[in-house]
Structure formats: structure tokens, C-alpha cells
Ligand binder design. Structure first.
Ligand SMILES: Nc1nc2c(ncn2[C@@H]2O[C@H](COP(=O)(O)OP(=O)(O)OP(=O)(O)O)[C@@H](O)[C@H]2O)c(=O)[nH]1
Length: 237
């Protein structure tokens, strides 16, 4: 029996006018709902979590950053195969003193996890084990997709974490590896790919669950998320 996966995309009205617009126009077609995927970004302090989330959500590299306290939220609406999806990125604090009261909130109903290390700092890579342990300790379901990101690849002369080592680690933990630079504008496509890949996977998981449920019920229903012939975005991974 297919079990629904908890929290795969919460729903919110697409229109900011929300219920008010419903009163004005009774047509339900006007009330399109947008799914929200909560993606958390985890890793040591200073690895570039804030800069990566800035690059994805705002398209720029911030001139100056300060240590994140608790969490910062950023959002971007993307379109995948004709469906608008809101990617809600949780930029978490890397410093223990700024995160300890928040950890429970990070992992609650999370849809995907991005583990970040700094390719120029070996300790940020070896500490990944600790971050994965923390994640596992919060009962994140195994189906929640996780990816590994090696950031600051623009600092070519200072690289301490070789790609093959990172790849081995990613394979061992069943994760995809992305090597990126939040700083180098030429790498912005790679940064985009991290989040788009996760959004595509989450969308696909949800669609599969619907199809599975239909098969179990032995009836054909209209699929909630139809595939469009001319999809605007195809999965980057
Ligand atoms: N060269 C280079 N520097 C980067 C890159 N990404 C971030 N940085 C720099 O690394 C420093 C830390 O970046 P943040 O994004 O604030 O790091 P963080 O992981 O969010 O840190 P916490 O908030 O303390 O957890 C800043 O000085 C950034 O300018 C990158 O891709 N290349």
C-alpha cells in the first residue's frame, strides 16, 4: 500500500489577494494554488550558504555578508513542466551559538537538504559527517532528497578537497555532487541547477505518488500535475 509522504509540498494561493479575490470572482480557475518546497541549506560557518542562496534567489553575489543568526528565508518561484513552484530556501546558521535554538525548526517538514562545504577548507568537508548525523538525528525521511555542494571553486589555487574524494563521499551517502562558485557569475547556472534539480525531483516524487495511489484504487483520475508537451524547464540533473 502506497503511503503518502508527509509534507511533499504545502499549498498556498497563487494570488496575494487570496480569499478576497475568490469573493470577487467565484470561478475556482482563478484560484490557482502554488506548491511550496522547503529546502534547507546546511554546513559549517563561512562555506558560503548565504551567498549561494542569494545567487539562486536574487541572481547576485552579496558584497558583504554577516554570520547568519538563526535562519534567513529566501524564495524563488520557478516553473517546471508548466507548474509554478515556490522554492523556499532556508539559509541556516553555521555557528553553533546562532543555531542551537532553531535546529528543530530547520528539519521540521523539510522537503530537501543541501549540504555545503568549502572546497578550500578540508575541515568543512570532514565536518559533513557531523551535519549528516544531525540531519539523521531529526528523523528526516529517507525519501527526502539530499545533495552535496562544494563551494568557492573560483579559488582554484587554494583547493584542498579533490573532486574524486568528494564524489566518493557523495556516492557513499547517495547524494549528487555539485561543485560551484556563488561568486563567479559564469558559475551561476550551476548554482541554479542545485535547486532546480531538487525541485524537479520533488515534483516527480509527488506525481509518482499520485499515480501509485490511482493504481491502488484501481481507478483512473485526472492527474493533478499533467506533463506538458512543451515544458519550459527540463530537469537539469
Ligand atoms: N571566493 C569565494 N568566496 C565566497 C564564495 N561564497 C561565499 N564566499 C565568501 O565566503 C564568506 C562567507 O560567506 P557566507 O555566505 O556568509 O557563509 P555562510 O556559510 O552563510 O556563513 P554562516 O552564516 O556563518 O553560516 C564571505 O566572505 C563570502 O564573500 C565563493 O563562491 N567564492
Amino acid at each position: 500500500m502506497a503511503q503518502p509522504i508527509l509534507g511533499h509540498g504545502s499549498l498556498q494561493p497563487a494570488s496575494s489577494a487570496g480569499l478576497a479575490s475568490l469573493e470577487l470572482d467565484s470561478s475556482l480557475d482563478q484560484y490557482v494554488q502554488i506548491r511550496i518546497f522547503k529546502i534547507i541549506v546546511i554546513g559549517d560557518s563561512n562555506v558560503g550558504k548565504t551567498c549561494l542562496t542569494f545567487r539562486f534567489c536574487g541572481g547576485t553575489f552579496p558584497d558583504k555578508t554577516e554570520a547568519t543568526i538563526g535562519v534567513d528565508f529566501r524564495e524563488k518561484t520557478v516553473e517546471i513542466e508548466g507548474e509554478k513552484i515556490k522554492v523556499q530556501v532556508w539559509d541556516t546558521a553555521g555557528q553553533e551559538r546562532f543555531r542551537k535554538s532553531m535546529v528543530e525548526h530547520y528539519y521540521r517538514n523539510v522537503h530537501a537538504v543541501v549540504f555545503v562545504y568549502d572546497v578550500t577548507k578540508m575541515t568543512s568537508f570532514t565536518n559533513l559527517k557531523m551535519w549528516i548525523q544531525e540531519c539523521n538525528g531529526h528523523a528526516v525521511p529517507p525519501l527526502v532528497p539530499k545533495v552535496l555542494v562544494g563551494n568557492k571553486c573560483d579559488l582554484r589555487e587554494q583547493i584542498q578537497v579533490p573532486s574524486n574524494l568528494a564524489l566518493k563521499f557523495a556516492d557513499a551517502h547517495n547524494m549528487l555532487l555539485f561543485e560551484t562558485s556563488a561568486k563567479d557569475p559564469k558559475e551561476s547556472q550551476n548554482v541554479e541547477s542545485i535547486f532546480m534539480c531538487l525541485a524537479c525531483r520533488l515534483k516527480a516524487q509527488k506525481s509518482l505518488l499520485y499515480r501509485d495511489a490511482e493504481r491502488q484504487q484501481g481507478k483512473v483520475q485526472k492527474l493533478e500535475f499533467p506533463q506538458e508537451a512543451n515544458s519550459k524547464t527540463s530537469c537539469p540533473c
